[in-house]
Design a protein around this ligand. Sequence first.
Ligand SMILES: [Fe+2]
Ligand SMILES: [Fe+2]
Length: 197
Amino acid sequence: MTLEELESVTEKVNLYALGVLAPPRYDHSLRVATMARDMCVRFGVDPVEGYLAGIAHDMCKSGRERWLLAMALRDGQPIVEVEEKKPSLLHGRAAAILLESDFGVTDRSVLDAVRHHTFGAPGMDALGKIIFVADKVEPGRTGLDPEWLERLHRADLDGMTAMVLELNIAYLDSRGKSVSPVTREMLASLKGPVPAK
Ligand SMILES: [Fe+2]
Ligand SMILES: [Fe+2]
């Protein structure tokens, strides 16, 4: 997509997100977009694409469960057990479909980053890792250890992604929640195999 097309679609997605999301969720999306843009500059990825993926990633978060299930089915992938139990987890897949079908986004990297931002996916590209990381540690996220954050910001992109995945898995494990297999696979693909729980 050309720069003009990307900028125009970013404006439209921004207005859509502003219209459908509760203010705290919209503000989170803005912070993810801004952090993603900065990380793109640092890691040599197109910052305009980073901002677009950031502003779009949660735009279906307020969608109803049946709508999310119907939307997600359109990407041709099966609905896995954790998604069936908790359809809100499908908001990334739904947003990727909406971006492509209603907003005309054709950039595979942007669509994949949005699609996989919740669980991650093994073999994610740089933009995918950036959105995954920015979503979890944008400046509005509270309760993160300042020393851990300092280490995070000194790490390279794979290091940052691995740290965020480990934190995510530890959090889910500590609360007895199930971790999506693709999340563990993504960490394994970055660091070598990790023992299954
Ligand atoms: Fe999300
Ligand atoms: Fe988010």
